[in-house]
Structures are given as structure tokens and as C-alpha cells.
Write a new protein. Structure first.
Length: 113
């Protein structure tokens, strides 16, 4: 499982400098800057996750975008309700699946000859 780099909050975080994310996170949640670390996205698209699994010698069975409740908006009742509405009304539609929060890959080891 990996966060989807195209999920709007993650896209916004990727654009902002680390110190800005630390400041916003502190203002919104009270989390101290020492508790927030830089993030590096390496396997955060379906293609890159498939490639990483294949490079490790695994066979992809299924890789899909999945939704979750918007815990990233729990700092505000209004923000959480809006994000929940977006998840339920928009992101559950197949045409917007690529914007869902996470990617889950199901891989297996190939059978030995």
C-alpha cells in the first residue's frame, strides 16, 4: 500500500517546501516541526508500484486506487465534512479513481520451476 501522489492533498504537499508543510501542520494540528520528516515519493503511482514489485521479482495480481475516510481533514469539523462529501460523491466514481488517497498492490512470488 502506498499514498497516491495524485491525491490532491498529497499533490499540494509535494509542491510546498518542507518548512511550509511543517508550519502549516503545526498551525493546524499542533504537531512540532521535529515530528515531521521530508517525504520522498518513489512508488506512488500504479506504474511505479508495479515496476517496484516486478523489480523485486514479484508478479502483480491487482493494483488499484482505494479511498479512505479523510483523516487528513480531522483538524476541522467543516473540512472533514467537506472532504467526506468529496470522497463519497466524487472519488468513488470510476472516472475519478486516479485521485483516490491510496494505491494497493497485490503481488505474489512466481512459482518455482
Amino acid at each position: 500500500m502506498a499514498p497516491n501522489k495524485w491525491h490532491p492533498p498529497i499533490m499540494a504537499a509535494r509542491i510546498l517546501p518542507h518548512w511550509v508543510r511543517q508550519l502549516v501542520n503545526y498551525v493546524v494540528t499542533g504537531t512540532y516541526y521535529q515530528d515531521m520528516f521530508p517525504t520522498y515519493y518513489r512508488a506512488n503511482t500504479i506504474g511505479s508500484l508495479r515496476d517496484a514489485g516486478t523489480a523485486a521479482g514479484l508478479v502483480p495480481l491487482k493494483i488499484e486506487y482505494v479511498s479512505n475516510h479523510p483523516q487528513y481533514c480531522m483538524f476541522s469539523v467543516s473540512a472533514y465534512r467537506l472532504a467526506t462529501l468529496i470522497e463519497k460523491r466524487l472519488l468513488r466514481q470510476n472516472r475519478f479513481a486516479w485521485l483516490r488517497e491510496r494505491i494497493i498492490g497485490h503481488f505474489v512470488q512466481p512459482k518455482a520451476c
